[in-house]
Ligand binder design. Structure first.
Ligand SMILES: Cc1cc2nc3c(=O)[nH]c(=O)nc-3n(C[C@H](O)[C@H](O)[C@H](O)COP(=O)(O)O)c2cc1C
Length: 181
């Protein structure tokens, strides 16, 4: 199995808990026979998605940017059987570096919609790796720490509007009005 392990922590070796956790996961996968490549996103240039939809219109499947994502990381990601997304938890979410990477995978989807039983989605252009999320956090409480292992397109991960509102409210210490209005 070909695995692309992405680490989005800006901190290096000795300091980074994300890198520490990821290195153990990688070792375990290698011991089990996987062919694993680790990429530290801090060493790469992954520009923000320009939102131009060129990858859906003028050059289907190809991003307008010419950076490490287009030239190296996106092709590697497409060729992988599994992608590991290792991100420190920043403000109850993956950090911006990982989010930028994920946004830049837009070329893999087709521009049109497919209506499923429970949701509408974009069909994919071709192969797409399975995904594992590994998240490292600082707070000790059992809050929303996102350690989600999920299948193609997140079918097994529950993402609700309520969940999003609750974690943002929790983060800014909002109190519930509890019918006081
Ligand atoms: C900007 C920022 C936001 C953070 N937000 C959270 C958070 O919401 N919850 C939490 O438990 N820890 C939070 N942390 C702590 C980090 O998750 C923790 O320090 C982690 O070890 C960072 O990963 P690293 O060691 O690989 O750099 C935050 C840290 C930073 C720098």
């Amino acid at each position: 199995m070909k695995v692309l392990a992405l680490n989005s922590s800006p901190r290096k070796g000795g300091q980074s808990k994300t890198e520490l956790m990821l290195s153990h996961l990688v070792k375990g996968m290698q011991d089990a026979g996987a062919d694993v490549e680790t990429v530290h996103l801090r060493d790469k240039t992954v520009r923000n998605c320009a939102g131009c939809f060129t990858c859906w219109t003028k050059t289907p499947g190809t991003c307008i940017h010419k950076d490490d994502m287009t030239k190296e990381l996106y092709p590697k990601w497409l060729e992988s059987d599994l992608a590991v997304y290792a991100s420190p938890l920043y403000h109850f979410h993956m950090n911006a570096t990982m989010k930028a990477f994920i946004e830049r995978t837009l070329p893999v989807s087709e521009p049109f919609f497919l209506e499923g039983k429970d949701r509408t989605h974009h069909p994919l252009r071709g192969n797409h790796p399975l995904m594992v999320f590994l998240s490292v956090a600082g707070l000790p409480e059992e809050v929303v720490h996102i350690i989600a292992v999920h299948s193609k397109e997140g079918d097994l991960a529950e993402r609700t509007v309520e969940g999003t509102i609750v974690y943002h409210a929790d983060y800014i210490n909002f109190e519930s009005l509890g019918g006081k209005l």
